[in-house]
Design a binder for this molecule. Sequence first.
Ligand SMILES: NC(=O)c1ccc[n+]([C@@H]2O[C@H](COP(=O)([O-])OP(=O)(O)OC[C@H]3O[C@@H](n4cnc5c(N)ncnc54)[C@H](OP(=O)(O)O)[C@@H]3O)[C@@H](O)[C@H]2O)c1
Length: 290
Amino acid sequence: MSQVSSARPRIAVAGASGRVGAALVGSLAADPVDLVALTRKPDPARFPAAVMQRAVDFETPATLAAALDGADRLFLAQGTSPRQVENEIALIDAAVAAGVKHIVKLSALGTPLQVHPFDWHARIEAHLVTRDIGFTLLRPTTFIDFLGRSGRVIADGNWGGAAGHGIVNLIDTRDVADSARAVLLDPDSTGWQRAFHLTGPRAWSMPQIAAELSRLLGRQVDYHQRSAAEQRDYLIASGLNEFGAGVLVGLDRVFRESALQEETATVRLLTGHAPRTLTDWLTENLALFR
Ligand SMILES: NC(=O)c1ccc[n+]([C@@H]2O[C@H](COP(=O)([O-])OP(=O)(O)OC[C@H]3O[C@@H](n4cnc5c(N)ncnc54)[C@H](OP(=O)(O)O)[C@@H]3O)[C@@H](O)[C@H]2O)c1
């Protein structure tokens, strides 16, 4: 894709400290753009020195206009939250009012499945497409690093869930960030109203991932098959709240149905490089599973 060549666009990044947002800010910081990180907790230690920071709380509408003042483009992400629909819609409306020309929204592959957060993304997307603004919907499949959150459980031999033998094509968050960067820097993308499905290079079942981990660790790793009710009880007993357990059990259903098995060439199309592999990510993060 072509790159920005002359005037320095101002890019605001919402969710700048998040898993995708932090990688995006880290790479855009070296690009010829004015970069503004939107965060609830501005702190010089959190972002590269060249990055401006503005305090924003999506739940406090009064903070939005000032945060977006002067921005040409907005990357929009928020961590999964029951307030996500209202918050992202408020930010979209504030961006339109502030004269932002293009929004790159982090959505999710699987939208509009009737499972949280996929249905929330469907509602946010439906709102965005009614507004008079350029947009790019990035719909990545599940991030590989969700496996890292199970690192301790995997190390202890208790890994399992209700995903059965369904397959899912996981993606490295760095590939999502690289794709967002490519769109944000492309001067031709301003007027786009497009959606991209972002995936890794192949789909895996949870037992196949267990076998790959076994190979890399040199010891047996199992994925214990549970029913949805058993998995919910297990998660609640391990300290998760109802909301969190509901999201994870819903995700297992999506995996079991292989609803995210799609394999696309979109990461390569946007970034010029192949998507990173699951094996490479596991190898880099093997200490999490020991
Ligand atoms: N996880 C996956 O596998 C996956 C897959 C596909 C799509 N997605 C989507 O990707 C998006 C990001 O998810 P994530 O879990 O990766 O996020 P995350 O890393 O947890 O990032 C959350 C970000 O949201 C910001 N934030 C949260 N509440 C905020 C508020 N009230 N006001 C301002 N900022 C707020 C935080 O910024 P500060 O703390 O700095 O304020 C933080 O940077 C979600 O919409 C999710 O559905 C996730």
